[in-house]
Design a protein around this ligand. Structure first.
Ligand SMILES: NC(=O)c1ccc[n+]([C@@H]2O[C@H](COP(=O)([O-])OP(=O)(O)OC[C@H]3O[C@@H](n4cnc5c(N)ncnc54)[C@H](O)[C@@H]3O)[C@@H](O)[C@H]2O)c1
Length: 270
């Protein structure tokens, strides 16, 4: 199959999605990678959600396999990488999409519980480190690409400490690995999405009691470019580029996908 990532084997960690009306970043990325010729292992702790992504890919005659993994557990990640290599013979692309804030009970630093802080660290940071640790021996064989989904929250003000701290720590992981792995031709980059209209961002705020129209309108207002949030596809296309050979000389980059929010410094961080 021809395509921008033709012949490559990819893992998308967190490739299912939070239920909702729009497409998530991880699902959109998995679909685009498959559409452009990659074989994609869609890993999620929610197997049914990974299976939904895989059936969307198969509807387009793409090649994908669902896999149940809790990304905070080392044994699950080891199983994911081993199964991928066993099934498809190699690994070229690791895409790390798992992340959550409000859904974990995130809170300001003077209010957050120890348990929620530990959970936030495990879900947002430890999961990414584990995936890199176990994917790297395979990625090094023939060069490869890692993209870690951080957040504009790493650079802008953001009210809740778990997400803020762990999304910043992911940039340190990215920089550390980009420097260390360059000699193996493994590129490591991060994407910092701004306000995206994905269920992960909208549904927990609606569940907290804020009317949906208000959640959407206040997030739209933050975005200079067209006054509208981005979509999962915007993150997916940025990821597709970074994972493709078109980005063959790009490593150690933190790529904003935020419709100009950071450069105008207009965010209230909510
Ligand atoms: N939507 C936004 O506005 C926005 C902004 C900035 C950054 N982000 C980042 O984008 C990423 C998520 O985007 P999305 O729209 O695909 O979210 P999503 O919630 O739709 O998808 C994330 C998937 O990860 C899975 N997951 C959660 N914990 C897991 C675990 N421990 N093990 C395995 N799977 C797990 C979930 O089941 C879900 O299917 C996150 O890293 C998030 O922080 C989003």
């Amino acid at each position: 199959m021809a395509g921008r990532v033709a012949g490559k084997v990819a893992i998308v960690v967190g490739g299912g999605q939070t239920p909702g009306e729009t497409i998530g970043n991880g699902r959109a990325t998995a679909i685009l990678l498959a559409r452009e010729g990659a074989k994609v292992v869609v890993a999620d702790r929610n197997l049914a959600s990974a299976e939904d992504t895989v059936s969307l890919i198969r509807q387009e005659q793409g090649e994908a396999t669902p896999f149940r993994a809790d990304a905070t557990r080392e044994a699950d990640i080891q199983g994911l990488v081993a199964t991928t290599v066993e099934r498809y013979g190699k690994l070229d692309i690791l895409h790390i999409n798992v992340g959550a804030s409000i859904a974990l009970g995130d809170a300001p630093a003077d209010e957050i519980s120890e348990e929620v802080l530990d959970r936030s660290f495990a879900v947002n940071f430890k999961s990414a480190w584990l995936a890199c640790k176990h994917a790297l021996p395979h990625l090094r064989k023939d060069g490869g690409s890692i993209v870690i989904i951080s957040s504009l929250a790493a650079w802008n003000s953001y009210p809740w400490i778990g997400y803020k701290a762990t999304k910043t720590a992911l940039l340190a992981l990215m920089a550390n690995l980009a420097a260390a792995e360059a000699k193996y031709r493994v590129r490591v980059n991060a994407i910092l999405p701004g306000a995206m209209n994905t269920p992960m961002a909208i549904e927990p705020r609606v569940a907290k009691g804020v009317p949906r129209e208000e959640v959407i309108a206040s997030r739209d207002r933050r975005v200079p470019l067209g006054g509208k949030m981005g979509t999962g596809w915007d993150v997916g296309y940025a990821a597709l580029f970074l994972h493709s050979d078109e980005a063959g000389f790009i490593t150690g980059v933190s790529l904003l996908v935020d419709g100009g929010e950071f450069i105008t410094a207009g965010s209230q961080g909510t």
